[in-house]
Structure formats: structure tokens, C-alpha cells
Design a protein around this ligand. Sequence first.
Ligand SMILES: Cc1ncc(COP(=O)(O)O)c(C=O)c1O
Length: 375
Amino acid sequence: MTNRYPSTAQFIAQEAPIESFYCLSKQALENQVQRFISGFSGVVAYAVKANPAPELVHALAACGIRAYDVASIAEVALVRGIMPNAYVMYDNPVKSRDEITQAYHDYGVRSYALDDVREFEKIQSIIGADESVQLTVRFKIPTNTAKYDLSEKFGADEALSIELLKKVSAAGYRCGLTFHPGSQCTDAGAYREYIEKAAEIVKAAGVPIVSLNVGGGFPSRYLGESLPDLQDYFSAIGDAFDSAFGGTETTLISEPGRCLVDSCISLLCQVKHRRDDHTVFINDGVYGGFMEQLFSPIVHPVRAFRGAEALTGDCAPFTVWGPTCDSLDILAHKPMLPEDVAEGDWIEFGLMGGYGSSTATEFNGFTSNRYVFVG
Ligand SMILES: Cc1ncc(COP(=O)(O)O)c(C=O)c1O
């Protein structure tokens, strides 16, 4: 049972936590889920990989999220355990035979992504004929306006996508198309380009699709990012979908991870040590919740506490080291912290819900997976 506190300050006042904790606000989650459900003109699924913390997935289910994108059997089992009737899309384009067998026979998964002929043949050889099964072709186009380009690893080109759709249809499965514009996508127009290409692929294949899944990629508002409003992404997608697929039976789907869950979770860390040269050592780092700092200088909003009191006063950029002995374990960007921040104070980093605890390791014996609920 995860503990609840009225606020981060109250949590510090009551528990004085000496380990790092993720502070999850159900209200903030509900607000963000509502923004997606009311603004996106299709089904909103959740990409479990962004954060599979059971506390969070339970809260998402309570907010009305009924569809989930999973990447592994562990994620399938997690979702089925929390919401047995959820619509599960196994959208990792490469799966082992054992994973497909378990997903289909043990967990009743009826939707799978693929991006090459061998994966299609693998799935077909395990599942056989089953017209309730949907096979979704993941395609890519040569455009990248995201921080994390995912198209190097996955996605069929146009010609292969057409061939795959024909094969899927001829084998009697339901057909779908999907893409992912890359995580932290800064250009709402990228979705339009993809949707237009999806329509061309469908036309050339001569095969109707039951769903077009636009993936994730909706960005978080890290400090210093100049981004379109979330509604601009929804409008660009809705308009492009209407003109390309309006009047058809195709369902529009999105499967956001980062943007759906980032803003409802902060990471509360304690300062273990302070040096004179504006340097602090904290109890979490890039081998814990800050893994993305290794690839990208994401700037999280911060606030500092001494006990339950927020530290105010002049701020300066600080070098922030994590707890391990590794010299990679440093935040890429120097956060602005109060000049007098000291050993024993707490620093709360915002926008830590996506790819924080989900990517943490136990390197050097430090863990980063404890959750509390805050108001
Ligand atoms: C297939 C798929 N869908 C959805 C997502 C979630 O993307 P994001 O967190 O950028 O919203 C990912 C992320 O890697 C993905 O691979």
C-alpha cells in the first residue's frame, strides 16, 4: 500500500526521506488524461514502457484508459493483472516465438505490430488463421523532428509496407498501420506527413485498414523548450486524419507515454553533500531516474526544500552529481538552485513520470523505484 500525503512538503515534514521518492499526483494525472481524451479525436492508449509503476497503471485505469501499448510479456501480464479486459496492442515490432505464443495463448492478445516479412511469417506460423487478430504494419518516412529518433530501428519503407499490408490481408487478418514520429517530437506537422503517407500506402495496397495508430511522441514541456501547444498536435492529427480517412471505417488511435504521465510525477531527492564550488551530490542520478540525461540535456523544473519549507532566495547554476562512483553520473544541464542549498536539503525535480523509474538500474546498489501519492 503506497502512502499518501497532502503535499511534497508534508511528505518531507512527516518522513524526512533519506532515499529518493517519486511523488505521484492522481489529480494531475486525471487532468492530463482528460486533456488527451477531450482533445484527441480517437482512442487514447497508454504506452506502458514510459512508466510501468503499478501505482500509475492502476491510476490510469481509474481515469478511464482502456487500451495499452505493450512491449514485452511482463507488460502484458501487468496490464492483464490490473485490467483483465483492457485492449492490449503488442506494438513492439520484433517479438520472439515464445513471446508471441504466450501473448496469444496465455494472455489473449489479438493485436500485434510488425515491420518485416519474417516477423509476419513468424506470427502467422504461431497463430494460424484467426480473423479476430489484427496485424499492424509499422512504417516510416525520412523525416525527423524529435529528440529521440526511433526510425533507425523500426519501420518498413513504403514499398515494404504495401507488400506487408497485402500479405496480412490475404492471410485473413485485420489490417492496421502505425508509425512513431520519435519521442519528444517538436513538430506537430510531422504527424500530418505520416498520415498522408499512410493514406498513400493504403491506396496502393488496395486494402482497407481498421486502425491508424499515430504512436506517441507528444512532447513534455521541459524548461527552455519552445513547443506548439498540445492542442495544435491534436488539431494537426485530426485534420489530416479527416481529410485522408474521413468517411472510412478506420479508427484513429494514439499511444502516448511521456506526455501523458510526465507531469503528474516528480522525483524528490536529498542532498548528500555540498561543496563550495556550487556542486551538490544527490541520492539519485543517471543510473536511476535521470537516465535520459545521458542522451539529452533535458532541463527539469526544480524546487528546493529545507524541511517542509521551500527555499527561496537567489539562485545559481549548480553542478549536480548522482550517488554512484561513475563520473558519467552527472546532470547534463546545471539546474538553478538556491545559493544556500546544503547537505540534508531536498530537491524536487518535476516532469519525471516518463522514462524515469522505468529505466532506472541498481548500479552501485542505489535503487530508484519508490512511490508515494501526493495531493
Ligand atoms: C511503439 C511505441 N509507442 C508509443 C511509444 C511512446 O512514445 P512517447 O513516450 O514518446 O509518447 C513508444 C516509445 O518508444 C513506442 O516505441
